[in-house]
Write a protein that binds this ligand. Structure first.
Ligand SMILES: [Zn+2]
Length: 130
């Protein structure tokens, strides 16, 4: 089985990934220990500067590693690390989590509302190969 989940800043805080892992278990009998996960491209901590209070909320929920740089009233947030923490907290083994280290703001192959001020659409395709 393949599941594709999308979570931005609000979705991560709202538990989209934890809910997805729970649904795989409850609806399909798939244990978190059998899940392999790939965390796709996202705006990186190099570019994702947010208000300090938002960063503190993430830090409380996902640990201090999600904040990569601190200014007086702003922080640089690592959404992919927050996603990894959410999955690991749901029982997915860290060695089974792969993070694609691609910042959608630095890499101009991707849309970035934060970079360009206009939105676009990304797609994802997932499949199982045997
Ligand atoms: Zn970047």
């Amino acid at each position: 089985m393949v599941a594709v989940l999308h979570a931005g800043r609000k979705g991560l805080l709202d538990g989209v990934l934890q809910n997805g892992v729970a649904r795989l278990k409850n609806d399909y009998g798939i244990s978190a220990s059998h899940i392999s996960a790939a965390i796709g491209p996202a705006i990186g901590p190099c570019c994702y500067e947010v208000e300090k209070e938002i960063g503190l909320g993430f830090e409380q929920k996902f640990g201090g590693g999600v904040i990569k740089n601190r200014k007086e009233d702003r922080v640089f947030l690592d959404l992919q690390e927050a996603a990894e923490s959410a999955l690991a907290g749901s029982g997915v083994a860290k060695e089974r989590i792969c993070i694609l280290d691609i910042c959608t703001s630095c890499n101009r192959s991707f849309f970035s509302y934060r970079r360009d001020g206009v939105t676009g659409r990304h797609g994802a395709i997932a499949w199982i190969e045997e």
